[in-house]
Every structure is written in C-alpha cells, then in structure tokens.
Design a protein around this ligand. Structure first.
Ligand code: NAP
Length: 275
C-alpha cells in the first residue's frame, strides 16, 4: 500500500465544489506515507461514473448527495450494514469488484463514544432524512433507547417504524428528557447559523448534544447547549470519524485522526473566512 504507483480515490457527488473530503484524505495519505491521491468528481451521470471507476481502476470512492441510495444497483456487493440502511457512502474496489459500505452512522457513534458510554442511554434524534437513518440504526445497535422527532409526520413515523422506536412530532419535544440529543436536520447550516430546530429548554444540564452539521463550526444549537451546561460535539467530529473509517477500509491502516481533524478545520475556517 505504501509503495508502487499512486492509487486514485475520490468523492462522487453533485455539487461537490466545497467538499472537505479531498483535504482530509490527502492529509491522511501523506501522514501515513500512502501513495494515494484523492480527487473530487462532480458528475450528473452516476452510471457512467461507476463504469469509469471500474475502467480506470479507481481504488475507492466516497459517495455523497444525491447518489447515496441511487448508487446501490451499480455495485457488485453491499456490506450488510449498508444493505440494512439502504444507503452507501463508501465504495471499495477490490480487484474490480465494487463493494458498498456506510460509515456515516459509525462516524456519529465514534464521536459520541469518545465522551460517553452509549449502552442504555436515552437518545432524542431530531430529523428523519438520510443521515438520521444511518445514525439511528447505529444508535440502536449500540444499545441506546431512541426517540425520533421530525417536522413531517409521515417521514418521521416511517423512520421510527424502521428503527422500532417511538415517533414524536418536532413541535412536541419541549418537555422531553434525554441523555443525548442528535440533531440531523440542515437547520443551522452556514450561512444560516442563527437558526436552531429545537427549543432551548429541551437542552438540559449534563446532556450530550451532537449536531451533524459540519459546515458551520459552531451552530446556534451548539452555542445554546454549551451555555445551558450540555456537553457539545460538532458535526466535524462525525465527519472526521466517517472519513477515518473510509481510510481504514481503503488502506487497512489506522487513520491519523488528529491530522485529518486539523486539515479539515483549517480548510473550513478558510472557506468561511472567504465567504
Ligand atoms: P435529508 O435527507 O434532506 O433530511 C433532512 C431532514 O431535516 C428531514 O428530516 C427534514 O424534515 C429535516 N428538515 C429540513 N428542513 C427543516 C426545517 N426547516 N425544520 C425542521 N426540520 C427540517 O438530509 P441529510 O442527508 O439527512 O443531511 C442532514 C444534515 O446532516 C445536513 O446538514 C448534512 O450536512 C448533515 N450530515 C453530516 C454528516 C457528517 O459527517 N457530519 C454526514 C451526513 C450528513 P422533513 O421530513 O420534515 O422534511
């Protein structure tokens, strides 16, 4: 892995211009002496992109919006977790056979596990989209008790049923008690950092609050949670950990977390400073 011709990796999505994955993975490759290059591929032709991945021998691909589900029929195999969740964020090309994995939910769990033990904890998850599906599945796997809150009731109920957990409409969460709150909606993303999807009084002292948003280093939710005595984790940690698991799958090496974190933080600060 460390010698021989450069291996090519990339991220496939649309749009992809502001992706932080290239800076994160290229920093990791460099730090570990991996002769790899990671490139952003913006494409509106999913099928052609996967044919190209095979033809060119691209060794691994991150998959992002809008292809996480649509890519599945184009792969040869799915890891059981990706199959269960119904979404792929990582492709590994092993001798021409493409296998799909999902590291998003694991990324969130690793970020939480760095600060707490998850077994038996009560978790309120806000949102019922693609990110929530993977995160919720892994939270259940880790032995957490889950409550799903969402704005649209149909979507919320559907995800709650999939996760074998209760659903609660977003406007009814004010009196809930939970050990952990995981925020998975886009509310509060840059440049709208002054919006939060949850009322302040849900945030109780001692609660752990993870906001999946990573393109604002500190969302209003995280600022408020911190002021109310919660332990906060930004989406950057989840992003780093999902990328770290991709690095592990592609290279078989332990990911250099600090290097990846520093690379992404400084790129993000530059991006936001320039906007
Ligand atoms: P998605 O599939 O579009 O789902 C969006 C969810 O947010 C839905 O449940 C939607 O509710 C809810 N929502 C949207 N606007 C809302 C509003 N104004 N008020 C209340 N709820 C609202 O999106 P996704 O792919 O899950 O991504 C969600 C967020 O997670 C994004 O910010 C993304 O960047 C982040 N993310 C982070 C990582 C990471 O590594 N840190 C990984 C993946 C995703 P309805 O059902 O009512 O529409």
């Amino acid at each position: 892995m460390k010698n021989g011709p450069a291996k090519i990796y990339g991220v496939l999505g649309n749009p992809i211009g502001h992706s932080l994955s290239p800076v994160m993975h290229n920093a990791a490759f460099k730090a570990e002496g991996v002769n790899g290059r990671y490139v952003a591929f913006e494409s509106s032709d999913l099928k052609g992109s996967i044919v190209g991945m095979r033809a060119l021998g691209i060794c691994g691909m991150s998959v992002t919006i809008p292809f996480k589900t649509a890519v599945i029929p184009h792969l040869d195999r799915l890891d059981p977790l990706a199959e269960e969740i119904g979404a792929v964020n990582t492709i590994l090309n092993r001798d021409g056979r493409l296998t799909g994995y999902n590291t998003d939910g694991l990324g969130a769990m690793k970020a939480l596990e760095a600060v707490m033990d998850l077994m038996g904890k009560r978790c309120l998850m806000v949102g019922a989209g693609g990110a929530a599906r993977g995160i919720g599945f892994m939270a259940r796997e880790r032995g957490m008790t889950l409550l799903v809150a969402n704005r649209s009731k149909d979507r919320g109920r559907e995800l709650a049923a999939f996760l074998k957990s209760p659903f609660i409409p977003l406007e009814e969460i004010a009196d809930l008690k939970a050990d952990v709150l995981i925020q998975t909606t886009p509310v509060g993303m840059f440049p709208h950092q002054n919006a939060s999807p949850v009322p302040d009084f849900v945030l109780q002292e001692g609660m752990v609050v993870l906001d999946a948003i990573y393109n604002a280093l500190e969302t209003l939710l995280l600022k408020t949670a911190q002021a109310r005595g919660c332990l906060t984790i930004g989406g950057l940690e989840m992003f780093i950990h999902q990328g770290a698991e991709q690095f592990r799958l592609w290279t078989g090496l332990n990911p250099p977390l600090d290097i990846m974190r520093n690379a992404v933080s400084s790129a993000l600060s530059k991006q936001q400073g320039a906007s």
